[in-house]
Design a protein around this ligand. Structure first.
Ligand SMILES: Cc1cc2nc3c(=O)[nH]c(=O)nc-3n(C[C@H](O)[C@H](O)[C@H](O)COP(=O)(O)O)c2cc1C
Length: 188
């Protein structure tokens, strides 16, 4: 059983990555394998509507997307984590959601029945909108989305600042516990 967290911040080792690692630690404690995939420095281009993926399980755009799609397909749980950029998820994460989502959608609904959910960090505002934006992706993918003790949001601006948001960390931790619990219930 495996959970992956995809971090959509272009800033390496930033607040979103810290929060996602925290969630993965809670999942690991429950005996699942975990992997964090940072999109920082990866090349993920936008979808160009070529529609090749409607006929074949592939994307002809030559970049870093497809190996991540395969990891998503193999995982039992997928976490999408984003900082808020202008009130929204980052363009980098949106590009991955759109392309991986379309390949999965047209090829046997490849993410159906997986466990998943969002994590969001911002300096001040936009967390709830971004959380909903990411949650909609999980719903259309047919994933099971567990809750936590609050919405999965946290506060932080400069690198590492999220570590001061105790409630945010606790929420991310409890979300991880619920992800692991649900994966185990579904798989055993
Ligand atoms: C281009 C850009 C846009 C941002 N827009 C918002 C915003 O709309 N609301 C907000 O509260 N913070 C905003 N921020 C701040 C980030 O969400 C915040 O610094 C976050 O901790 C960054 O996460 P990271 O360290 O994982 O990159 C923005 C930052 C950047 C670089």
């Amino acid at each position: 059983m495996k959970a992956i967290a995809i971090v959509g911040s272009p800033r390496e080792k930033g607040n979103t990555e810290i929060l996602a690692r925290h969630t993965l630690k809670a999942i690991e404690e429950e005996g699942l394998d975990t992997e964090l995939i940072s999109l920082a420095d990866l090349d993920i281009k936008p979808c160009n509507t070529c529609m090749v993926c409607k006929k074949e399980e592939r994307c002809p755009i030559d970049d870093d997307l497809f190996p991540i799609y395969i990891k998503m397909k193999e995982a039992d749980a997928i976490i999408l984590a984003s900082p808020v950029y202008f009130g929204s998820a980052t363009a980098l994460l949106k590009a991955l959601m759109e392309r991986a989502g379309y390949i999965a959608y047209w090829n046997g609904r490849a993410f159906e029945g997986k466990v998943g959910g969002p994590l969001v960090v911002a300096r001040r505002a936009g967390q709830n909108f971004t959380l909903s934006q990411l949650a909609y992706w999980f719903y259309i993918m047919g994933c099971f989305v567990p809750g936590s003790t609050y919405w999965n949001i946290a506060f932080g601006e400069r690198k590492g600042e999220v570590e001061k948001d105790e409630e945010g960390l606790k929420t991310a931790w409890n979300f991880g516990k619920n992800v692991a619990l649900l994966v185990k219930k579904l798989k055993t």
